[in-house]
Design a protein around this ligand. Structure first.
Ligand code: GLN
Length: 287
């Protein structure tokens, strides 16, 4: 394609995305162009008639083509925002969702009510480290964060470094890598946003999620609840008396998760918190 003005390239990109049924095509095209040029929106509006350099134009076309195949924006740019902080993401990490900010806020509120320092936290299935890092940035605590995916932990380690916090990242399944550390009864908070999508529900998800996000980070087995019993059991083992268990969950799962927590026999005062759409999203219980 020959040289184009920014405004025409944007129009082309936006149309390509729209034809493929991508949501918010105009915003997506603009976002990718700004990312590529390292510009602000104001700069773009003031220079809309400027010509795009040939190499930038081909790079933009590549980005648009990949986005048109439903490849998530966050993986194209390699980053996303979570609770005001920037996080690197790659295809081995799930893209943090705004709902998870509610989990973090709920947990922070509980931690702030504890008058001991420093606090000890375990984040199970840390992904790109968004939960662990946000907690460590917000208050003095020692955070152990596990994940089964080495690729996710690589991103998480970079994110912790960029945020200037020390997290103890450990590779393995759930509490597996914590076992030898002697933390039984010493932890103030166990927090997790485990995979909770029922296997049968994947076909109903957007291609962005079902084709490109790591299945390992999303698939919660037949009923989506597979990871709750082992996490609850581990939490009962590692938490101090009056420590907190904070879990994210999917639509329609709250009552079942609450039941699992109470049936464990070590927890009381389960509190359910709704997300921005009014869905019961987070449960916090006290040991
Ligand atoms: N802890 C990360 C998040 O909340 C990853 C969760 C996961 O991979 N299930 O985004």
């Amino acid at each position: 394609m020959k040289s184009q003005r920014l405004i025409d390239a944007l129009e082309w990109g936006s149309n390509c995305l729209e034809e493929e049924g991508i949501e918010n095509p105009r915003r997506g095209a603009e976002f990718l162009l700004l990312y590529l040029l390292g510009w602000t929106q104001t700069h773009l509006y003031l220079n809309a008639e400027a010509w795009l350099r040939q190499d930038d134009l081909s790079a933009f076309q590549d980005l648009i083509r990949r986005r048109a195949q439903h490849f998530p924006l966050q993986y194209l740019t390699g980053r996303t925002e979570f609770r005001g902080g920037e996080f690197l993401v790659n295809q081995e990490t799930m893209i943090p969702r705004p709902e998870t900010e509610i989990l973090v806020d709920g947990a922070l509120k509980k931690l702030r009510s504890i008058n001991r320092e420093p606090l000890t936290v375990i984040d199970v299935g840390t992904g790109c480290g968004n939960i662990a890092i946000t907690l460590a940035k917000s208050l003095p605590c020692r955070v152990y964060a596990t994940d089964i995916s080495a690729g996710a932990l690589r991103a998480a380690a970079k994110n912790a470094q960029a945020s200037g916090v020390d997290i103890i990242f450990l590779r393995g399944d759930l509490f597996g890598p914590i076992e030898e550390l002697g933390l039984e009864g010493k932890v103030d908070l166990v927090i997790s946003n485990p995979p909770y999508i029922a296997t049968g529900d994947f076909s109903a998800l957007s291609p962005e999620v079902s084709q490109f996000e790591p299945r390992l980070a999303l698939d919660g087995g037949k009923d989506g609840l597979k990871f709750y019993p082992p996490i609850i059991k581990g939490a009962a083992r590692y938490l101090k008396a009056s420590g907190y268990l904070a879990l994210e969950m999917g639509a329609g799962q709250a009552e079942k998760v609450k039941k699992l927590i109470l049936e464990n026999g070590h927890f009381q005062y389960p509190e359910i918190i709704k997300d921005y759409s009014g869905i019961d999203r987070v449960i916090i219980a006290e040991k």
